[in-house]
Design a protein around this ligand. Structure first.
Ligand code: GLN
Length: 209
């Protein structure tokens, strides 16, 4: 049975795994290219994009992900650092996977202390309000081609998608609602179970470990 993978080299992969489980998906934590074969979709979590980029290259998984997307075999959702790695252009840096026509800039909302949240409806995803957590978040400066804008915050594009790839500046895995995960599961051609809320610790993103 195909499932959804979460890239587990660095960053918030456990939180994504927990949300997928709440949606009835048994996630697989991915560290090597061979493990991608079981995945209809892959979540690239938030963390530190420079660190993730090096670890992906060391594990030879960057080319495997890009090739699987380009040959139509894999859906990808990049959150925060994951979005930076997915974008076709990164301001002042080389792109990594280049799997979605979007330009992204790191840390556009400010430093760690400028991290913020907002409660908004993102109509493309759900009619229920979403609690969006931005932590040293990147901003999408432009999209082109088949890429569609899903959400804008403080005049900056914060979520976009094409037919195979979603990028979000924020962290739905750190909020109670499962709607973004449900949306991605359906995009991958799988079926989420019907409950819509995960157990939620509002401050989980402030843990030290
Ligand atoms: N600022 C980080 C980067 O540039 C991303 C932060 C995050 O993923 N929460 O990689």
């Amino acid at each position: 049975m195909p499932t959804i993978g979460v890239l587990a080299l660095q960053g918030g992969f456990r939180e994504h795994g927990a949300h997928l489980r709440e949606c009835g998906i048994d996630p697989v934590y991915i560290r090597d290219p061979d493990e991608l074969a079981r995945c209809a979709g892959l979540i690239i979590p938030g963390g530190e994009s420079s660190c993730l980029r090096r670890l992906m290259a060391a594990n030879h998984i960057d080319d495997a992900i890009a090739d699987a997307v380009k040959s139509g075999k894999l859906y990808v959702w990049g959150t925060c650092a994951g979005a930076i790695l997915a974008a076709a252009q990164v301001v002042d840096e080389q792109p990594c996977l280049a799997i979605i026509d979007a330009c992204i800039a790191r840390n556009v909302f400010g430093s760690q202390l400028d991290s913020f949240t907002e409660d908004v409806v993102v109509p493309a995803i759900s009619d229920a309000p979403q609690h969006l957590v931005y932590i040293r978040a990147p901003g999408i400066t432009k999209v082109w081609g088949t890429t569609r804008i899903l959400h804008t915050a403080h005049d900056t594009i914060a979520a976009a998608e094409n037919d195979q790839v979603i990028i979000t500046s924020f962290h739905p895995e750190l909020a109670q609602t499962l709607d973004f995960h449900r949306y991605f599961i359906k995009k991958c051609g799988l079926t989420p179970k019907s409950e819509r809320h995960a157990p939620w610790d509002r401050m989980s993103w402030m843990r030290n470990s």
